[in-house]
Ligand binder design. Structure first.
Ligand SMILES: Cc1cc2nc3c(=O)[nH]c(=O)nc-3n(C[C@H](O)[C@H](O)[C@H](O)COP(=O)(O)O)c2cc1C
Length: 164
């Protein structure tokens, strides 16, 4: 059995977005979003390099990475630490591109833009739960509150943009 539980795999697949932290050569942090996240197997998660020069440069110097994913309605998620192997123009990259072509709508059109695959071997996994739960809120209440919040944000966006 690998390190990734079924719920971790569900969270990663459902959210379709991670934030990936790498270490710059000068020791400063680098954090950027990656929407091409894919669970590869019980120990590996990957994303593809489409437009990530900073992340890719950093990984050449230091293969350490931390990623996290968060459900903005449940205010729960996971964080994972690991080390990466970059795959370029090999069988694994071709297989990932094929999965993208048949995959979720946010990645189907991006398969041909893949420059490399960043395959993360997950070495540590930890759950994330908002301190908003400390007062005893249930997940159903939390989801409902944040659904309302985001519905209002979207309504404000429509007000600002639809007649612009
Ligand atoms: C929602 C979202 C998803 C993204 N997904 C990816 C991705 O999967 N791969 C990628 O290379 N860039 C992706 N990007 C673009 C990079 O995050 C962006 O170019 C960033 O500045 C790269 O920073 P870096 O070079 O420090 O990694 C995404 C951007 C956003 C806003």
């Amino acid at each position: 059995m690998g390190i990734l539980t079924d719920d971790m795999k569900r969270a990663l697949s459902e959210q379709r977005l991670i934030f990936a932290a790498t270490v710059c050569p000068d020791g400063t942090p680098n954090l950027s979003p990656k929407g091409t996240v894919m669970v590869w197997d019980d120990d590996h998660v990957l994303f593809t390099d489409l437009a990530s020069p900073g992340t890719m440069r950093n990984l050449q110097h230091n293969p350490s990475i931390e990623i996290n994913t968060l459900d903005i309605f449940a205010r729960k998620g996971y964080r994972f630490k690991g080390s990466v192997v970059v795959h370029k123009n090999d069988d694994l990259m071709a297989a990932v591109q094929e999965r993208m072509r048949n995959g979720p709508s946010n990645v189907t059109g991006l398969a041909d833009s893949v420059r490399a695959v960043v395959l993360i071997r997950v070495e540590q996994a930890q759950s994330l739960v908002s301190p908003g739960y400390w007062g005893g809120a249930t997940e159903a209440e939390t989801r409902s509150n944040w659904e309302t919040y985001w519905a209002n944000v979207n309504a404000d966006w429509r007000d600002r943009n639809e007649n612009a």
